[in-house]
Design a protein around this ligand. Structure first.
Ligand code: GUN
Length: 296
């Protein structure tokens, strides 16, 4: 059976390190990093993600300024709010929870955030920096996946990483991150998507298979090479009358049969999710240090 790559455990260890770092920042520099979180509407997934982010910030010692609006909040008001937060020296990071309602242009919103406060790493400036290997803010999920692998002793250099899913927040930035000629990267990367023919033939070549398709049962056991490392990024709500909430979470990978072939696998929940939030915390601390001129 595969080794379980627990994001919950690693995230907890990393957050303990952050707690110490933040206590030192406060004691030596009187700095408490602050994150502005903007949530529009009441999509249950988004509400739950924002709750998780607030809880994690509170746990390590990052201040959260939450701005919650009804689903009909006008785009122009949002752009004014972002401009004000850009200019507010007391705010180190700005996060707009995605997806935003249909009447709001997501691209306009992401472009409006000051790249130096873009702790999600979604601004084209930060994506561009990631592409050329320049310093910037790396999106939380790709960065969390890299840390989950590296801190479990899984080598990336020279390995064939196959990514399923080409989203702007996971698949594409992960490919950019892992292909860099750098430590904890230097992989051979293949990016598969809905236009890929014979998906199984390609996924079977993977030493490390990352699945971020957003669809349950995207990867079955016959699509995985014996001994491969499998990272499941999917978070799918499945109705389950036995649960108090009425649902449970499953990933994009058929967990049981794939575990029997893989050498290591990340579970859902408790795999990539906690790592995403942890790397957001990392970016907020980095932003505060940078903006206050305190060495990393
Ligand atoms: N929606 C899904 N993932 C994310 C994320 O990492 N950040 C934000 N802001 N919204 C998301």
């Amino acid at each position: 059976m595969a080794r379980i790559l627990s994001g919950t455990e690693l995230a907890q260890r990393m957050r303990e390190e952050m707690k110490t770092e933040l206590a030192d920042l406060k004691r030596m520099h009187n700095v408490v990093p602050a994150l502005a979180v903007i949530l529009i509407g009441d999509d249950p997934g988004s509400v739950s993600y924002v709750k998780g982010k607030e809880k994690a910030c509170a746990e390590v010692g990052i201040a959260v300024r939450k701005h919650k609006f009804d689903a009909d909040y006008p785009e122009k008001d949002l752009l004014v709010l972002i401009r004000d937060l850009n200019n507010d020296a007391g705010v180190n990071g700005i996060l707009v929870q995605l997806p935003v309602p249909d009447h709001i242009n997501e691209e306009k919103v992401l472009y409006a955030i000051d790249p130096e406060k873009d702790v999600d790493g979604f601004h084209p400036m930060n994506i561009g920096r990631l592409m050329i290997g320049a310093p910037g803010y790396v999106p939380g999920t790709p960065h969390g996946i890299q840390q989950l692998l590296v801190r479990n002793g899984i080598e990336l250099s020279g390995q064939h990483v196959v990514i399923v899913g080409r989203s702007n927040i996971v698949g594409k930035p992960l490919a950019l991150l892992l292909v860099q000629k750098k430590k904890d990267a230097n992989a051979t990367v293949t990016l598969c998507h809905t236009g890929t023919k014979n998906m199984g033939e390609i996924t079977r070549l993977a030493d490390i298979l990352v699945v971020a398709a957003g669809r349950p049962h995207t990867v079955s056991a016959d699509m995985v090479k014996q001994g491969a490392v499998v990272i499941d990024v999917g978070v799918n709500r499945i109705e389950d009358a036995t649960k108090k909430s009425g649902f449970r979470l499953i990933g994009d990978v058929d967990f049981e049969p794939v575990s029997a072939r893989a050498s290591a696998i990340s579970p859902v929940p408790g795999g990539v999710g906690p790592m995403t939030i942890t790397m957001l915390l990392h970016n907020v601390i980095k932003a505060a240090r940078k903006q206050r001129g305190i060495a990393q």
